[in-house]
Design a protein around this ligand. Structure first.
Ligand SMILES: Nc1ccn([C@@H]2O[C@H](COP(=O)(O)O)[C@@H](O)[C@H]2O)c(=O)n1
Ligand SMILES: C[C@@]1(CO)OP(=O)(O)OP(=O)(O)OC[C@H]1O
Length: 159
């Protein structure tokens, strides 16, 4: 059996009055993420981890931020598509593990809801989706609530 690991990282700016889409759900928050799509930083990091594991470039390579088709796009579409692309090459997703860094809101109360949305998009169980969060202890752009980071690792297999 062939197994591969991939890592993904993404960052988006936070702005007052924006919707905050994170992990496929909409959070109640004063600030939301800014991007070309719906700016779901967690989904983008997961897509990059999966594409990286399969050595299939990255999310911006397949879904350019210069392409109007993806403007305001629900990022769940990208994850579904990336999963399809991996399946087409014979890969099975084993698990993903993610860490968010943001000062607020608290994401712990929403993690189960995120897993429920993300797992079926990757055709894996919620047990195979791990999401964690930490503040940046007020340091740097995350600490100043100017941005949100997402890190993800993914394991895939075939054969
Ligand atoms: N946006 C966040 C940040 C953190 N958490 C949870 O709180 C714990 C403590 O955070 P520290 O940064 O002070 O270590 C962290 O381990 C998370 O469980 C959160 O839910 N949302
Ligand atoms: C998702 C895409 C495409 O709409 O745009 P953004 O929402 O700006 O997100 P980013 O993480 O910069 O990655 C890739 C983009 O091409």
């Amino acid at each position: 059996m062939k197994i591969r690991v991939g890592m993904g990282f993404d960052v988006h700016q936070l702005e007052n009055g924006r919707d905050f889409f994170l992990g496929g759900i909409k959070l109640v928050s004063e600030k939301g993420a800014v991007g070309h799509s719906d700016a779901d930083v967690l989904i983008h990091a997961i897509c990059d981890a999966l594409l990286g594991a399969a050595n299939m470039r990255d999310i911006g390579f397949h879904f350019s931020n210069k392409d109007d088709r993806w403007k305001g796009m629900d990022s769940k579409f990208f994850l579904k598509e990336v999963t399809r692309m991996l399946h087409d090459k014979g890969w099975k997703i084993e698990n993903v593990d993610c860490t968010l860094t943001l000062e607020k809101p608290k994401v712990n109360p929403h993690i189960d809801a995120m897993k429920k949305v993300l797992a079926p998009l990757m055709q894996i169980t919620e047990e195979d989706v791990s999401i964690k969060a930490t503040t940046n202890e007020t340091l740097g752009y995350v600490g100043r609530e100017e941005g949100v980071n997402a890190y993800a690792v993914a394991l895939i297999s075939k054969g």
